[in-house]
Every structure is written in structure tokens, then in C-alpha cells.
Design a protein around this ligand. Sequence first.
Ligand SMILES: [Zn+2]
Length: 70
Amino acid sequence: MHSCSVCDRPLTQQELHQVWISIRVTTDVLPLLVNACSPECVDALPDGDEDYIATPHKGGNVHQPQPDWD
Ligand SMILES: [Zn+2]
């Protein structure tokens, strides 16, 4: 059982909105998969790093560099 990453409402399969956002952790920018319950909650997400991908987006069609794990 998942809950919305924005408002903590329980998610159902019908109202699951998954988007990738980019977050900066110290010097690294990491992709983060967010589960949101509505487009409004997607809109409430912070913008991604400005040097990266500026707005939340659906995964799949956008090519993102993978984070460096070393
Ligand atoms: Zn929500």
C-alpha cells in the first residue's frame, strides 16, 4: 500500500500518478520517483534542478543520465 508523496492520501491504482523529479543531494542530482494521488499534487512538487530537467515529467520518453553510484 502506497500513499501520496505530497499529501499522504492512500493511493489506488486508478489515481496513481507516477512522475520522476530530479533532486539535488549535495553535489549529485538524483532522479526520484514520486507517487502522487492527483495532477494537483504533481503540480505541487518542487521543480527539478535547473541544470537538469526543469519540471516533473512522466518517465519513459525522457532520457536521463543515470546517477553515479561510485
Ligand atoms: Zn496527493
